[in-house]
Design a protein around this ligand. Structure first.
Ligand SMILES: Nc1ncnc2c1ncn2[C@@H]1O[C@H](COP(=O)(O)OP(=O)(O)OP(=O)(O)O)[C@@H](O)[C@H]1O
Length: 373
């Protein structure tokens, strides 16, 4: 049994040369995951998520950096260490989860045990470990069935059973739910989360779906153009986005531009003057000096329509309703205030009409001066 220290990735870099002059890949990724962490790489298509995962798996040779899982160093460019894929014992499930159609469910799941290079398994071990993995995904009664006789969700579970059959200390999942229809995807998301918590396997999950990332993860790294732009808990990523990219990519937000009217240190209370001259009380995620340009993020659900029934909201802005949308559990309003646009989510019972003049309120705690402009 390995000493469980988790996963350490340091200075991981893999840049692909590109004929179009835009080099894709990942630049100097750094993170440490304590054992049992569910960690998600989140970002738009082409940002470098899969490249990072492939470097950790051993499917790709990084340009530089270091990858350690528990007490085993898999890659260290300085020391010339490179452990091949088939000696890493990492469980993997990819988007095209590649269940072999000519094999039974049992044969599919037992495959990694039968071809393992770093140790051999007896017939009894193969049988008991395969059945244990199948029972973990509630498919033990399907062992003899042909893989082609399974639904999409069942095939996905077979792929998962195959990934965990060798009891790896690391599980890599690359958009494993993207081939499933919406309802099944939701079920599998809950199932996967439950399974990961039950097994306690450190997991690195790749997705471009922010709802999936927020729901499943202990920690999220948001990646943009090959760089990790914020690494934090789902709550911090959502409520304390450090830059406009994160604020906009994860959920929707209102971005307001202005100039700092009262300086403050990182984490303190700042005042920002908007283009219309109005001063907003904010929380700043960086040191700001008077006169600095600043972008403020305020989530649509952090804004209330002031009707006199609640307490003091802190900041107030006069606005006019332009559009109302009803999405069941909430109403979505689009409003304007001078040259600014606002999106506001309210209780669906709030009934406003286009043309109505209202006062929008939000707390200084929810008006975040972003770390990068
Ligand atoms: N083998 C390769 N050769 C050249 N460029 C590559 C190679 N693999 C990936 N890239 C480029 O590197 C960048 C990152 O690709 P990567 O697959 O890591 O992105 P991703 O974030 O996983 O995207 P997606 O969500 O679309 O899978 C892209 O611009 C891609 O075109």
């Amino acid at each position: 049994m390995n000493n469980q220290t988790g996963v350490t990735v340091e200075g991981l870099r893999k840049i692909y040369p590109s004929s179009a002059g835009v080099a894709g890949g990942i630049h100097e990724a750094d993170f440490h995951l304590p054992p049992g962490t569910f960690f998600t790489l989140l970002g738009p298509s082409g940002c470098g998520k899969t490249t990072t995962l492939r470097c950790i798996a051993g499917l790709e040779h990084p340009d530089s950096g270091r990858v350690q899982v528990d007490d085993r160093v898999f890659f260290d460019q300085r020391k010339g260490i490179w452990v091949p894929l088939n000696r890493r014992n990492i469980g993997m499930v990819f988007q095209s989860y590649a269940i072999w159609p000519h094999m039974s469910v049992f044969e599919n799941v037992s495959f990694p045990l039968r071809v393992a290079k770093d140790r051999s398994y007896s017939r009894e071990e193969i049988s008991s470990m395969t059945m244990k993995a199948l029972s973990t995904v509630a498919l033990e009664s399907f062992a003899e069935r042909s893989a082609t006789q399974l639904s999409g969700g069942q095939q996905q579970r077979v792929a998962l059973a195959r990934a965990i059959v060798r009891e790896p200390s690391l599980l890599l999942l690359d958009e494993p739910l993207s081939n499933l229809d919406a309802a099944l995807r939701d079920n599998m998301r809950t199932e996967l989360k439950r399974l990961q918590r039950q097994l306690g396997i450190t997991t690195i999950y790749v997705t471009h779906d922010q709802a999936e990332a927020l729901d499943m993860s202990d920690k999220i790294a948001v990646i943009n153009q090959g760089r990790v732009v914020q690494l934090d808990t789902p709550e911090a990523i959502y409520f304390r986005p450090e830059n406009a990219f994160v604020a906009d990519f994860v959920g929707t937000t209102n971005l307001l531009s202005g100039k700092v009217a009262k300086a403050c240190p990182k984490g303190g209370s700042a005042k920002v003057r908007l283009a219309n001259g109005q001063i907003i009380d904010c929380t700043s995620l960086r040191d700001v000096a008077e006169g600095d340009a600043a972008t403020i993020s305020v989530r649509p659900e952090s804004i209330v329509v002031v009707d006199g029934s609640g307490g003091d909201p802190g900041n107030r802005i006069n606005a006019q309703v332009k559009l109302r949308g009803f999405v069941g559990n909430l109403a979505r309003y689009e409003l304007t205030a001078d040259d600014m646009k606002f999106s506001v989510n309210t209780n669906p019972k709030v009934q406003l009409r286009p043309g109505d003049n209202v006062v929008l309120g939000f707390s200084p705690d929810d008006a975040i001066v972003l770390a990068d402009n």
